[in-house]
Design a protein around this ligand. Structure first.
Ligand code: GAF
Length: 395
């Protein structure tokens, strides 16, 4: 059968219509409602979230839509346009006795997290359609968690305010699925606003919506999917997190967020080895770059954030060591073709690159990246331009 995920987004039809169609085909009746959550890119602030630091993501126009209706009792059935067979699970798989594996685990994880927080989750039938590419570092998993969470909260009339939802979705991913991620992605896909980037303090979860009006400045964010195969991404992510936690212990601070740039030289002297020192330097300088980016955006000086983006990339490449040749090539080619700044976005070891470009130059920058890729023999990259859109909604 053709792989529906391989078709270009527009060619597959509207994602909300596809979710409805998947529901009708699978369950023989219309859904009670539909809930949509976006993918995200992170403008700057990488691997800072689990260090209690700062991040600045924005929501993408690519969305995951969940069509859903109540189902009597406490069982949940979930279908995806990408999977043939539905998955059904009951209370046993969301109370600790067993785990639902694979993609449906994100759905079961949300049910588990809601129940663990004491919410009487209604049984439900769900059908999922998505334009967020899987495994591209654009938070397809957080989008799925957020859309499912919104559906279950609304169907059950549960009392869970929007600002409490990211933590709950994160618990599903950390404790049920088993991925030790921070709070950024779930916050972004739930709390972002159109036309704004989300300045999030990951310690307090305080947010400030920072105007990010690219079009007014004749700018665009070009997102390049590196198409690089993920190389040990899960293990490397966990290793970076562990290194940061070790460094915080040695320095006697609750989290690396508590080391400012003014304290960096002293802190570096107190760490035992060069690798740990470089991990610390990335986190400390990256937090400062987020703050500097926010200051520039608040002063309406968008064009000037370019060098901060590029410095963030160099820090991820040289100090945090989470880039791969494909993303380094994409960043270098974009800069050489006139991008104002460029960096990898997301957890690393593949994923996407974003470049801040003059809107009129977006195509030529994308073409330059493709040419550089061909010269290195890499799988051709994909690309799109993205304006900041809004977080999770009921349609
Ligand atoms: C992944 C994680 F899910 C986030 O929590 C964050 O740590 C990011 O990598 C790196 O900034 O997207």
């Amino acid at each position: 059968a053709p792989d529906p995920a391989a078709a270009p987004v527009g060619a597959r039809g509207d994602v909300a219509d596809r979710a409805t169609a998947a529901f009708r085909t699978g369950y023989g009746e219309p859904p009670a409602g539909r809930w949509a959550a976006p993918g995200r890119v992170n403008l700057i602030g990488e691997h800072t979230d689990y260090n209690d630091g700062y991040v600045l993501p924005f929501a993408l126009p690519l969305r995951t839509v969940v069509a859903a209706a109540p189902q009597p009792g406490t069982t949940w059935t979930v279908r995806s346009e990408l999977a043939g067979e539905p998955v059904t699970f009951g209370v046993d798989q969301v109370t600790g006795a067993g785990r639902v594996p694979g993609w449906a685990g994100y759905v079961a994880g949300v049910v588990w997290a809601l129940r663990a927080a004491g919410h009487p989750v209604p049984g439900a039938r769900l059908a999922i359609a998505s334009d967020v590419p899987l495994g591209a570092g654009l938070s397809s998993s957080a989008a799925l968690e957020a859309a499912v969470l919104a559906a279950l909260v609304d169907l059950g009339g549960l009392d869970l305010p929007a600002d409490a939802r990211p933590r709950l979705a994160q618990r599903a991913e950390n404790e049920y699925v088993g991925a030790p991620t921070g709070i950024m992605d779930q916050s972004a896909v739930i709390r972002c606003r159109a036309g704004h980037a989300l300045f999030l303090d990951c310690r307090t979860e305080a947010v400030d919506h920072i105007p990010f009006d690219l079009a007014a400045d004749g700018l665009a964010v070009l997102v390049v999917d590196s198409r690089a195969p993920h190389r040990h991404a899960d293990g490397e992510y966990a290793a970076r997190r562990a290194a940061c936690e070790r460094a915080a212990r040695v320095l006697g601070v609750p989290a690396l967020r508590d080391v400012g740039v003014a304290d960096l030289a002293d802190a570096l002297d107190r760490l035992p080895d060069d690798e740990t020192r470089r991990r610390l330097r990335h986190v400390v300088t990256e937090n400062q770059r987020v703050l500097d980016t926010v200051d520039l955006l608040r002063a309406d000086r968008i064009r000037e954030i370019g060098p901060l983006l590029t410095a963030s990339h160099a820090s991820m490449r040289d100090d945090f060591e989470i880039t791969v040749p494909e993303v380094d090539t994409a960043v270098e080619a974009a800069l050489a073709a006139g991008a104002l700044g460029a960096r990898m976005t997301g957890g690393g070891f593949g994923g996407c690159v974003l470049a801040l470009v003059d809107a009129a130059a977006a195509d030529s920058v994308a073409a330059a990246v493709a040419t550089a890729y061909a010269a290195r023999g890499f799988t051709a990259p994909a690309h799109f331009t993205a304006l900041p859109t809004h977080g999770t909604t009921q349609l």
